[in-house]
Design a protein around this ligand. Structure first.
Ligand code: CP
Ligand code: NVA
Length: 308
């Protein structure tokens, strides 16, 4: 099994991953030693783009579960000199037990998964960031004590993180509002799929409309990795979607403020909002570790080594 899109998980699998993640977090906080269920397993991490949280949380997750990690930059591999994805996928399948890839194009990760015979995890593409959504759902569950019926409002660019979050909302029966200018909407196919699953998704150009009485306010950078050439235009187009005190005032008093990080302070989120009591961004980042541990156990623990 792979995790390329958040929709690859059923409602039951997602629920089980979130429960396991919560259990692992509790144990780690209590200082209880994590099980070494992944002893003998190796995860390769391939990065075509930079990363702090994804790289470190996957590496620590694997180590704490008793496994090993190889962290590889695209250009250190023959991929950087034109070796095809498909041959790389076949070769790595004979060396390691799973691969996580962060790539520019979603199609690259899909192609890798198609040719690999081991689990492949999407560590962010231009289209989705499902590992982020696992941590986001875990965080919302912690603060709101439930997921079904929670109102989540997204501000700014309807990007990869937003697409996966909409999928996560559909799987957990949360309601989504996305406030963005024309041309920055989340993927139409994902929105349709979520709606067909019974999820309420409102797309509006009006940031205040999205913020009113919401339980969660979420934003992400205005210039994602790969969008740098559009920086100036994006700064202008997205300005009115900034998460600032005025916007936060319209939400519920106990609404949480989320950001997948890295934050571009003063652009999509003000420093005051980032450091306010309702901001949960560091908890959210920590939850990447616990959620990915649960994901790795889900994908790898049941895969028995045929030689044993
Ligand atoms: N949120 C996230 O994926 O962060 P990194 O780019 O640092 O991995
Ligand atoms: N949307 C951002 C997320 C970074 C974690 C990007 O793709 O760069």
């Amino acid at each position: 099994m792979d995790l390329i899109s958040i929709f690859d998980l059923s409602h039951a699998e997602l629920k089980a991953i979130l429960e396991k993640a919560a259990e692992l977090k509790k144990k780690r906080r209590e200082g209880v030693k994590t099980s070494t269920d992944l002893e003998g397993k190796t995860l390769a991490l391939i990065f075509e783009k930079p990363s702090t949280r994804t790289r470190v949380s996957f590496e620590v997750a694997m180590r704490e579960l008793g496994g090993k990690v190889l962290s590889l930059n695209w250009n250190e591999l023959q991929l950087g000199r034109g070796e095809r994805v498909q041959e790389t996928a076949k070769v790595l399948s004979s060396y390691v037990d799973a691969v996580m890839i962060r790539a520019y194009r979603h199609a690259t990760v899909e192609e890798f998964a198609h040719y690999a015979s081991i689990p492949v995890i999407n560590g962010l593409t231009d289209f989705e960031h499902p590992c982020q959504t696992l941590a986001d759902l875990m965080t919302i569950q912690e603060y709101k004590r439930q997921l079904a019926g929670v109102n989540v409002a997204w501000f700014g660019d309807g990007n990869n993180v937003c697409n996966s979050l909409i999928g996560g909302a559909a799987l957990t029966r949360m309601n989504m509002r996305v406030a963005c200018p024309k041309g920055y909407e989340p993927d139409e196919g994902i929105v349709e799929r979520a709606k067909n699953m019974g999820c309420e998704v409102l797309i509006t150009a009006n940031a205040e409309e999205a913020a009113i009485d919401t339980d969660v306010l979420y934003t992400d950078v205005w210039v994602s990795m790969g969008d740098e050439a559009e920086r100036e235009q994006r700064m202008t187009d997205l300005q009115i979607y900034q998460l600032n005190e005025d916007l936060v005032k319209r939400a519920k008093k106990d609404a949480i403020l989320m950001h997948c990080m890295p934050v571009h302070i003063g652009e999509e989120m003000t420093e005051v909002v980032m450091n306010s009591v309702n901001s949960v961004i560091f908890e959210q980042a920590e939850n990447r570790l616990h959620a990915q541990k649960a994901l790795l156990l889900h994908l790898l623990f049941s895969t028995k080594n045929p030689l044993l």
